[in-house]
Design a protein around this ligand. Structure first.
Ligand SMILES: [Mn+2]
Length: 326
């Protein structure tokens, strides 16, 4: 008894650690290129709620990722403090969804976009994506949205709420006449929206277009051709088959597998300038950690892909400088 008491007394003191993605020991907003914005919000969810628990579950699962770490060497994205996590919870203001999103949009505009960082929302429900896309629209008015989801999210409103998760891509597409939208993984569409999609596609031009790719097909080259040089990527986790990702608010059978999603993301990220990203709709299932971990790993892979392309650009710039003596 006395021994164990002594042993316990000599242990190092427990400490309070900030909740940062991958549990990185240090971060520096000035150096970072990607700003992770965890938003625990699920006010408009219509089926199974719980995505407000998503950000915490993803951050906690991210502590278990192997890829950022090595015995001796961190991943360069960690070493170079390429990403930054807002450590404290983001509290939205207002009463309606519109007001909540407006307050988030202003935060992203002033605290992230104005500092030339890539906003990366960790949701939370899908309606949050509009706050980020709208903030980015003030700076880049000519871009594509690559939208991975089981549902088109193109309803004009949902039970009167124009800012519902079911309308988020309609609001985003309507932001401006140079905003294009490419949807992938779609497999649940009502008749009104089917008609809307058909009508819009007839109006497609080079400056504004809607493209829809239905699951299970992911024709990467064809998808990539629909995208403008600047791309915002929004991933509703229900794009995955529910064998991969059961922890979502509105699960649909017949979705994409892990390699289809990450393969497409990589194909697009190496070819385009990514202006913003989000991973939304994780609604954790108590006692089941695999979906939380899959979501955390997806977030990591997206950060890493953007890091790799940025690093290559830096290397190319250095080579160009050498070549031309700039
Ligand atoms: Mn969605």
């Amino acid at each position: 008894m006395e021994n164990s008491h002594t042993e316990l007394k000599t242990q190092a003191k427990a400490e309070v650690v900030p909740l940062r993605f991958a549990g990185v020991p240090e971060q520096d907003f000035e150096r970072a290129r990607v700003a992770l914005i965890p938003v625990p919000y699920d006010a408009t969810t219509t089926y199974k709620s719980g995505s407000r628990e998503g950000p915490m579950a993803i951050l906690q699962a991210s502590m278990q990722l192997d890829e950022p770490w090595g015995e001796e060497e961190w991943h360069p994205a960690v070493a170079e403090q390429f990403f930054y996590t807002f450590e404290h919870t983001i509290a939205l203001h207002g009463g309606s969804t519109q007001e909540h999103l407006a307050s988030l949009s202003r935060f992203i505009s002033e605290e992230v976009v104005a500092h030339n960082k890539i906003p990366f929302i960790i949701g939370g429900e899908h309606s949050l994506a509009f706050a980020s896309i709208a903030a980015l629209y003030e700076k880049h008015n000519d871009f594509s949205i690559l939208h991975l989801d089981a549902h088109p999210d193109l309803r004009p409103d949902y039970h009167g709420d124009r800012y519902s998760h079911a309308s988020v891509m309609r609001r985003s597409y309507e932001l401006g006449d140079r905003v294009s939208l490419t949807e992938v993984g779609i497999r649940s569409v009502d008749r009104d929206i089917q008609k809307y999609i058909g009508d819009q596609i007839k109006k497609n031009t080079a400056v504004k277009s809607l493209s829809v790719f239905y699951a299970p097909d992911v024709p990467m080259e064809e998808i990539e051709k629909t995208l403008k040089p600047k791309v915002y990527i929004t991933v509703d986790l229900d794009v995955f088959d529910h064998s991969v990702m059961p922890a979502v608010g509105t699960p649909q059978p017949g979705g994409l597998n892990w390699y289809q999603v990450t393969g497409l993301l990589e194909y697009v990220i190496v070819r385009h300038e990514i202006i913003g990203m989000d991973v939304v709709e994780l609604a954790p299932i108590p006692g089941m950690v695999a979906p939380d971990f899959a979501a955390a790993k997806l977030v990591w892979k997206m950060i890493e892909m953007v890091y790799n392309i940025t690093r290559n650009e830096n290397i190319n710039n250095i080579n160009r400088e050498r070549e031309y003596g700039l």
